[in-house]
Design a protein around this ligand. Structure first.
Ligand SMILES: NC(=O)c1ccc[n+]([C@@H]2O[C@H](COP(=O)([O-])OP(=O)(O)OC[C@H]3O[C@@H](n4cnc5c(N)ncnc54)[C@H](OP(=O)(O)O)[C@@H]3O)[C@@H](O)[C@H]2O)c1
Length: 336
């Protein structure tokens, strides 16, 4: 009997917020892997802001855009169900760029084995995976926070931001998170140990920063861009380091992106602004995962996941990235 592989394919490029009609829900017969390839049953699919870039046709992106008709690309974890690659056997747990589908066939060279005895599979899409590597190296190598300095992080309740703030605390910094809504702000200070939180949906960010960072901001780790970036630029300390990780407030813009108007503060404060890309740190992924795994085990670090069950919910789950309704690393459970 033929096994059918259900999958989401890109039907058209979204304009603004992605819609269900931008994707086709298809079923194709499952194939055996060709030489060098591995068939993976997808267990958890990471729902990432980067997906918004993959479905657009902009030329200034850091990844090759998807073509119309492609299976939706996704970072995911799963289990090997058939292998024609010497390094992988049926039953191995693996992570890599797979697809929003039940089964993916990929070159074995693009997969990495993960050890489910170390942590449950979702952790490898969170603190022990891409968000963890981004937060760890982005903050420590580009931000270089020193004990006693003031670190501000935007998108602070998100996957990357929540880890950045906690790592900065572990390194002895004073940490201020910027997030949307009272519940998320309460979580930052009461559960994750941030020193202060600013609700950008309700508060004047510039005024709140004057109150919470009276000596200025030494490190700003920015996930959202736009008005929040501009507000923090007005509050820099001399020698500040700004880490540009992303600009989620701009990803669904139909027109041009809003760039920082206050960039001349970089001159006034002799500050640096540096972009980071997680793939540059990929060769050192194990280093981050080892340290972060230790912090998770000791309880110094907390990582939360927001798991939606069912492949068929992909389009609505993708939308949730942009409405603030998720709390923790957003992912889709496709198989147990
Ligand atoms: N450079 C790299 O290599 C790299 C790697 C991974 C991620 N990133 C970037 O890092 C950022 C965070 O990623 P993530 O995985 O942590 O995402 P996430 O867990 O989905 O968190 C993103 C948060 O952004 C906030 N947000 C959404 N729309 C917003 C808007 N219009 N204005 C302000 N905030 C908004 C939401 O929180 P609120 O409810 O608080 O608004 C949301 O929780 C993204 O920009 C992503 O592209 C970059």
């Amino acid at each position: 009997m033929t096994t059918l592989n259900h999958q989401f394919r890109l039907a058209r490029r979204p304009v603004g917020l992605p819609q269900r009609s931008d994707f086709d829900y298809a079923a194709t017969p499952l194939q055996a892997p060709a030489e060098g390839k591995v068939q993976v049953q997808v267990a958890y699919v990471s729902i990432d802001p980067a997906m918004r870039g993959w479905v657009s046709d902009s030329e200034d992106l850091y990844d090759v855009p998807m073509a119309i008709g492609d299976v939706m690309r996704a970072v995911a974890v799963g289990r090997v169900t058939a292998s024609a690659h010497p390094r992988f056997a049926v039953g191995d747990s693996v992570a890599g760029i797979l697809g929003v589908e039940e089964y993916t066939i990929v070159p074995g060279d693009n997969l990495r084995k993960i050890d489910p005895a170390l942590a449950p599979l979702p952790a490898f899409l969170n603190a022990l995976g891409m968000p963890g590597i981004t937060a760890y190296f982005g903050l420590l190598e580009a931000g270089q926070p020193q004990a006693g300095e003031t670190v501000v992080v935007s998108g602070a309740a998100g996957a990357v931001g929540s880890l950045v703030g906690q790592i900065a605390k572990i390194k002895g910094a004073r940490v201020i998170g910027i997030a949307g809504g009272a519940d998320k702000c309460r979580m930052l200070t009461e559960e994750l140990g941030f020193d202060a939180a600013i609700d950008y949906k309700r508060e004047d960010v510039a005024a709140a920063l004057r109150q919470h960072a009276p000596k200025g901001v030494d490190v700003f780790f920015d996930n959202v861009g736009g008005a929040v970036l501009d507000a923090v630029l007005l509050r820099l300390a001399v020698g500040a380091r700004i880490v540009i990780c992303g600009a989620i407030s701009q990803y669904n813009n139909v027109g041009a992106m809003t760039g920082p108007a206050n960039y001349l503060q970089l001159v006034v404060k002799r500050a640096t602004m540096r972009g980071i890309l997680v793939r540059d740190f990929a060769p050192r992924a194990l280093e981050a995962a080892t340290v972060m795994g230790g912090w998770l085990a000791s309880g110094q670090l907390k990582a939360r996941e927001d798991v939606v069950v069912g492949l068929e919910h992909f389009p609505e789950t993708f939308q949730r990235l942009f409405d603030g309704s998720h709390n923790g690393k957003l992912m889709l459970q496709v198989a147990p």
